[in-house]
Ligand binder design. Sequence first.
Ligand code: SF4
Length: 117
Amino acid sequence: MLIANHNSQVPEDRDALEALPGVGRKTANVVLNIAFGHPTIAVDTHLFRIGNRTGLAPGKTPLEVEKGLEKRTPEKWRRHAHHWLILHGRYVCKARKPDCPACVVRELCGFKGKETA
Ligand code: SF4
């Protein structure tokens, strides 16, 4: 499809990206962010968990969390917020056992279990 429809170029357009096989909203957000510098926030499993666990951007779907994170993240930080949150989720706010005692945003976090985690 890239060759046939896009002159062998990756399109800088969400709808065109999502029309490609295997590309959903998350991947389109990653491509728009990394390849084209758009301030998108791709919600993967880490961002979805952090958004809900901390209360930063609660939502039942990745799209709800994405919209919440966009709203809460100042524009100047938005372009890289996705990476910072992924790293936070991978190394500190881990799925099974968040490392709350070592967490630098502990004071700001709304997770009820943070005192005992
Ligand atoms: S205090 Fe715990 S739950 Fe809250 S962000 Fe930090 S690691 Fe995650």
